[in-house]
Design a protein around this ligand. Structure first.
Ligand code: SAH
Length: 339
């Protein structure tokens, strides 16, 4: 698909089909404007016919706006598969939360994305497409980027779709593309240790976020099957390596599940685990997924949990929940839509 191409690759593509280089730039612009081929006015009809097969066919299938201004989009791809992405407005600009796979095969017990397993990986151009479509909704284009920050925290496990995610990062940070700074990109993973090492060696300045959610391996394995493969100690070693290589502070996500991981002892153990680590913990009460038998902890309790971490000198905050009224956590909206 043509949105998988970098600017230079697009020019090469244009030449290959016998076109002058400026046509490559026009096609690139068209894709980055988020327009359908029909909506593009500066390409000859004959040329449109030649590229129509490879021109991206993704579109916004539905849009939901929350009372707090958060917007959720269901993006539909050429094969009818659907993912969700979320747009959040902050003081400094817009952050978009992207999906990297249709579904997920990690099997976390509290997560809606994984209810039906993995359907397929998204290509780099499909991950990018979510940004291009929403950027257009905001009135943006290639040269006028409305979105400032990207978090890979939607459906899917980004490190389970490693090559496409890396290519996506290359595309979105390209000066010829949307030119989003690596520092404004966060990648969240349930902890695929071998891939964390690999990512550290790419020399990217992106922020690594680890979904930890438990303080010992047994408890973690109860809610996250990946814990059967990698120990918490191995994840933390990989994080140290990532920090040494990039100098980037590591973020940990800790979702509070009532009676599972939210005791005083859990807070104490978490502080012990992270002692001396340049990191920050985002605590978030579980967003209840109705298909799952797990309950969230109250926000008040979450604040108390954070206080316990702070007492032990661990930097932590309760993460703002946004868009709860429109299907809060990852995969919930799609799960509802599929019914
Ligand atoms: N696979 C990646 C990224 C997607 S999930 C990962 O595991 O990090 C993004 C974050 O939302 C993760 O921290 C995940 O554990 C969390 N999450 C998933 N379902 C949730 C729910 N129902 N309530 C609160 N957080 C949830």
């Amino acid at each position: 698909m043509l949105s998988d191409f970098s600017f230079d690759e697009m020019v090469v593509f244009a030449k290959k089909i016998g076109l002058p280089a400026f046509r490559g730039e026009q096609i690139f612009d068209a894709i980055y404007s988020g327009k359908t081929l029909d909506e593009v006015s500066n390409l000859p009809k004959a040329l449109k016919e030649i590229i129509s097969e490879q021109y991206p066919k993704y579109k916004i299938a539905h849009k939901f706006t929350s009372k707090d201004g958060t917007q959720k989009f269901l993006i539909e791809f050429f094969d009818g598969n659907i993912v969700e992405c979320v747009l959040m407005k902050y003081k400094y600009g817009f952050t978009i939360c992207l999906s990297t796979q249709v579904g997920c095969r990690m099997g976390c017990k509290f997560c809606a994305s994984t209810l039906n397993g993995l359907a397929r990986n998204l290509s780099a151009g499909e991950i990018l497409g979510q940004v291009l479509l929403v950027n257009r909704e905001l009135g943006g284009s290639r040269k006028e980027r409305k979105i400032t920050n990207v978090v890979l925290m939607g459906s899917g496990e980004p490190l389970d779709n490693y090559d496409n995610v890396l290519k996506f990062i290359e595309l979105i940070t390209s000066k010829k593309g949307l030119n989003i700074s690596e520092r404004n990109i966060s990648l969240s993973t349930c902890g695929l240790v071998d891939k964390i090492y690999k990512l550290a060696d790419e020399n990217l300045n992106i922020t690594l976020t680890i979904s930890l959610h438990a303080t010992n391996d047994e408890k973690r394995a109860e809610i996250m099957p990946i814990a059967n493969k990698y120990k918490i100690s191995e994840i933390l070693d990989a994080c140290k390596y990532y920090y040494d290589k990039t100098g980037r502070k590591i973020y940990f996500e800790y979702t509070l599940i009532k009676g599972v991981n939210d005791s005083d002892e859990d807070a104490l153990n978490l502080s012990k685990l992270l002692k001396g680590f340049l990191c920050h913990v985002n605590v978030i009460p579980l967003n209840k997924v109705k298909e799952r038998n797990l309950e969230g902890t109250s926000r008040l309790f979450a604040y108390q949990f954070v206080e316990k971490l702070k007492e032990k000198n661990v930097s932590a905050t309760v993460r703002r929940t946004m868009g709860e009224d429109i299907g809060g956590a990852c995969g919930q909206l799609r799960a509802r839509y599929l019914k």
